[in-house]
Design a protein around this ligand. Structure first.
Ligand SMILES: [Zn+2]
Length: 212
């Protein structure tokens, strides 16, 4: 569902551009709104959410899909935690549909899906591992890296239940906006994938904005 935001970027309390292949890590407080902006179009933002005070409570794709009765995420979707609490709600969305089934790219999936020689290509899972390694204070490790949301990524489910990584439906300037319902740690990998069309074969930067 397409829903425009009324928030103005010039009023944002925080703005950061995240290059492709880099991670973004920030606590967004309950009541704050975070926007992920696809600056140049067709870019996947692989995202994990955690309870900022207890990262063992985290975003759960299965609970979110069950509670809303739909596999796609868009305006109105409530993102559920592994404890079945609402973590965030998507309040605006100019892309229209986001994936939470396809998972994130990893050295392992690049190897099995594409070729053995792709194993050393940078992947989203690597970016998250760098994030938790560089932030020991979080007390997190690779066991905390679980299923995620791929904002802007187009993974249509076929009539017989299959999954495709399809050409994107996002475009330059499209965004998704979420209101935090608890203090959440937002961890994004701006996807560096070059082996499928999730980034239009050309990974590009995103911008993250937060309004208080
Ligand atoms: Zn990726």
């Amino acid at each position: 569902m397409i829903k425009q935001s009324t928030l103005k970027p010039e009023n944002a309390a925080f703005r950061e551009t995240v290059p492709a292949g880099e991670y973004f890590l920030k606590v967004v407080k309950a009541g704050q709104t975070v926007r992920i902006l696809d600056l140049e179009g067709n870019q996947a933002a692989d995202t994990l959410f955690y309870n900022a005070h207890n990262p063992t409570e985290r975003y759960s794709a299965v609970d979110t899909i069950r509670e809303q009765g739909n596999v796609y995420l868009t305006a109105g979707s409530k993102l559920m935690s592994s404890e079945n609490n609402v973590m965030l709600e998507i309040t605006s969305d100019t892309c229209g549909r986001h994936d939470t089934l396809g998972g994130a790219c990893a050295a392992e999936s690049n190897t099995t899906r594409y070729a053995l020689e792709k194993k050393c290509m940078h992947a989203c899972r690597d970016s998250w591992l760098v994030a938790v390694t560089e932030h020991e204070e979080l007390g997190m490790s690779k066991r905390d890296i679980t299923h995620n949301i791929n904002f802007f990524m187009n993974v249509p489910v076929t009539a017989d239940g299959g999954l495709n990584f399809a050409d994107g439906i996002s475009d330059a300037g499209k965004y998704v906006e979420l209101e935090a319902k608890m203090d959440v740690l937002v961890m994004i990998s701006n996807c560096p994938q070059l082996n499928n069309p999730c980034n239009g074969w050309n990974p590009t930067p995103i911008e993250v904005l937060v309004w208080s």
